[in-house]
Design a protein around this ligand. Structure first.
Ligand code: UP5
Ligand code: MG
Length: 238
């Protein structure tokens, strides 16, 4: 069983209500985990409740860049769903070709496959604090995560950035990504606004969404991000 470790005594009423929702979440997690064979190591043997942050935003909105800074300051494990899928392609796995074709088209890889890969990473990590970057990209992704992992995010960051700025950043990246070309970026932006924005709205309505203005320098943007994590008083990572 996982145990929550963030101290809550200093939190505002609104923040405590988020934590209260997590108490329900913990029961859900435990109920879910009892149906699953217990493993020597892994998700269901932890003595800490996971602290899960979903990091959302369009292509080039700065998700990965800001996650690196959160990792440095708060000791999170950064799971970029896009990076995990790119590693799967590079490993020549059975799904590699399908994933590559999907990414080239700016479409979304089947939810169950992505969630199982994320689950593998979570289970093999000794950490309990996770940044899940670039996921969920659709309602289908979100529901698959809830069903397979049996948990909801504690908080959701949304990097809000205008399309022209995102396009400029992606085209200037020069890291050889197969999807960093003008045709694929246009498709990624369309998929983002059609499928990802409903997820953003869902978490807004549940009071979990933190919208960040993603225009400005990296440090200016991080000034908005830092206090969101500082408020939780995380214990030192064990
Ligand atoms: N940069 C960053 N911040 C800046 C700033 N403030 N000012 C100026 N420049 C800034 O940043 C992008 C570039 O901008 C970098 O060069 C950076 O230095 C600069 P980055 O932090 O990399 O932005 P990020 O939001 O992470 O952009 P990314 O392109 O990674 O986002 P995507 O969501 O498009 O990509 P991802 O890797 O998550 O997914 C790729 C594809 O995989 C998807 O299109 C999809 O086909 C597939 N996928 C799924 O199917 N399912 C999933 O769950 C996840 C992915
Ligand atoms: Mg990224």
């Amino acid at each position: 069983m996982w145990r929550r470790v963030a101290s809550v005594s200093h939190l505002t009423f609104a923040q405590k209500s988020i934590v209260n929702k997590d108490v329900c979440k913990l029961k859900f997690w435990e109920a879910f985990s009892t149906g699953i064979p217990r493993k020597e190591k892994g998700t269901f043997q932890r003595d800490k409740t996971p602290f899960i942050t979903f990091v959302l935003g369009g292509p080039g909105s700065g998700k990965g860049t800001q996650c690196m800074k959160i990792v440095e300051n708060f000791g999170f494990t950064h799971l970029s769903a896009g990076d995990i899928l790119r590693r799967e392609i590079a490993s020549n796995s059975a799904d590699g070709t399908m994933i590559l074709d999907t990414i080239k088209e700016g479409k979304i890889v089947p939810s169950e496959l992505t969630v199982k890969l994320i689950q593998k990473e979570m289970e093999s990590s000794d950490n309990y604090k996770f940044l899940i970057d670039g996921f969920p990209r659709s309602e289908d992704n979100r529901i698959a995560f809830e069903q397979i992992i049996g948990a909801e995010p504690d908080i959701v960051l949304f990097f809000d950035c205008p399309e022209d700025e995102m396009m400029k950043r992606v085209l200037n990246r020069n890291q050889g990504r197969v999807d960093d070309n003008i045709d694929t970026i246009k498709k990624r932006l369309k998929v983002f606004s059609a499928l990802n924005l409903p997820v953003v709205k869902y978490y807004l309505e549940r009071g979990k969404l933190y919208k960040i203005n993603a225009v400005g320098t990296v440090d200016e943007i991080y000034k908005q991000v830092y206090p969101l994590f500082a408020q939780f008083n995380f214990e030192q990572q064990v």
